[in-house]
Design a protein around this ligand. Sequence first.
Ligand code: KIV
Length: 273
Amino acid sequence: MSTANRVNKSKVTTHVLQEMKLKGEKIAMLTAYDFSMAKILDQANIDVILVGDSASNVMAGHKTTLPITLNDMIYHAASVMRAVSRPLVVVDLPFGTYQGNSKEALSSAIRIMKESGANAVKMEGGHEILESITRIISAGIPVMGHLGLTPQSIHKFGTYVVRATVEEEANQLREDAKILEQAGCFALILEKIPAVLAHEVTASLKIPTIGIGAGSGVDGQVLVLHDMLGITQEFSPRFLRRYHNLKEEILGAVATYINDVKTMDFPNEREQY
Ligand code: KIV
């Protein structure tokens, strides 16, 4: 039995993540958008699944995360929820469903929780979305914050380069991290910021931080599943470690299948009725 399969199967909650930070146990988080992948991640004992709005790129083929809708996110989240028992499942509130108005933000979060059965929502931004975050947390819905590179603001940034490299932006991030903790966020994603800053912010907070391109001084790591498995290969930032080359394996399997069909090797006598 692998190490992962020996880990205990009790449900990961926001409190468990808090305890993991206190114990210095790192949090492992990956994205999933569908039943089959989520079932494998559950079996592997992943701590947290993010139903990320990266589904907009990975599943739907859009160039950015902006087009994905609330209905799309609920569909993906409900599919994931049917597969898992152990991990905490966090769902991205998509672009345009929480920035403008805190009442609309709450109704978006409520739809996700009611219609998918997920455990928490994630929202990109700091002080500028504080009212929405506060209203959602007041309704009893756990919120994960997301600072640094926030892909929903790509048209404001203009590029996906490392964020908070200049002092003014780093100071704003430090301040926003405190604001989100005080508002009651249970954890914080830190995306593509200098490792030194991520470490400093992590040490200054009681809630866990989960990094993506933020170095090792954070409380956990997250990657997009399709990127780390090598299914998607167009995207190769420095922080992305590829654990497999699944695209090549799939290409090989499909090529063999095509050949077997064309040469009438498949199906054979044992594969028919
Ligand atoms: O949508 C997503 O996959 C994310 C992660 C990159 C953190 O937000």
